[in-house]
Ligand binder design. Structure first.
Ligand code: PGA
Length: 257
């Protein structure tokens, strides 16, 4: 695992946007797995800024959602498909036809169909990930099978509280559909972004703790190419922080993506 402690939240967004820009220049029809939530918002904005500054079209890129709420009305602005269309696809100039998400209105068959859609697209080149304060990855809450596939899950009380700001004046849904941990592990490159002290314990458990369903994000340890970008708050709990800094600083440019 490549652990990169950075100086600020905007440095995390800069480096993530740099990795994504390098990928889409190499592969204009790249398949990106997109996370929602607060953390990656600056990365998407920075990616859009760089693409428009360079006059680069991202129209060939295909987007696959990590997860979705169950039980929202179609087109509800808090739904993740609506969020990705509005906050990622539109600013990047990616057509809605290139945006795919699990369909919570047709469970359980839509879970398997989503897995098939990902593999029909050739698999995910790069999966952007956040981490829950409880260590969840996607919406795979603690206790999730490390080999799980796309399916319905129940959110923990903590995750519903963390996400309440996205549902002002109403309840956060209890159920979600999420790519499984086994699904996530099949992406060719995993890019985990974490910012803020509220993530420090979860990051430390994921990076330095045992591989365990109690911290679903610890599955990153099983992946041959996982990159973890951290701001100082999120990196605070790491015992080997100085080692990660030194290793990263010593890496030649060509090894950094
Ligand atoms: P956040 O969510 O980016 O809003 O903190 C991350 C997650 O729940 O995976």
């Amino acid at each position: 695992m490549e652990v990169v402690p950075l100086d600020s939240e905007s440095a995390v967004a800069d480096m993530a946007a740099g990795l994504l820009t390098a990928l889409v220049s190499r592969r204009p029809d790249a398949v990106l797995g997109v996370a929602t939530g607060r953390t990656p918002q600056r990365t998407y904005a920075e990616l859009a800024r760089r693409a428009s500054g360079a006059g680069r079209s991202l129209a060939g890129v295909r987007l696959f959602l990590l997860d979705e709420y169950v039980g929202l009305a179609e087109g509800d602005p808090a739904g993740y498909l609506a969020t990705v269309l509005r906050e990622v696809a539109e600013p990047l100039g990616i057509s809605p036809d290139h945006v795919h998400g699990p369909d919570p209105s047709r469970l359980p068959e839509s879970a398997e169909e989503y897995e098939r859609a990902i593999s029909d697209a050739g698999g995910i080149d790069l999966q952007i990930l956040g981490i829950g304060s409880d260590g969840h990855l996607g919406f795979n809450e603690p206790g999730s099978s490390l080999t799980s596939r796309t399916r319905i899950k129940t959110l923990t009380r903590r995750t519903r509280a963390d996400n309440s700001a996205f549902f002002p004046g109403r309840e956060v849904p209890r159920h979600v559909m999420t790519q499984g941990l086994g699904t996530i592990l099949e992406a060719r490159h995993l890019l985990l972004l974490a910012t803020g002290e509220s993530k420090a314990d979860a990051v430390a458990a994921a990076v330095e703790g045992p591989l365990s369903a109690s911290c679903p994000a610890s599955v990153l340890q099983l992946h041959p190419h996982a990159t973890v970008l951290l701001d100082p708050g999120a990196a605070r709990g790491l015992r080997r922080l100085d080692d990660y800094r030194e290793t990263w600083a010593g890496k030649p440019e060509w090894q950094r993506d």
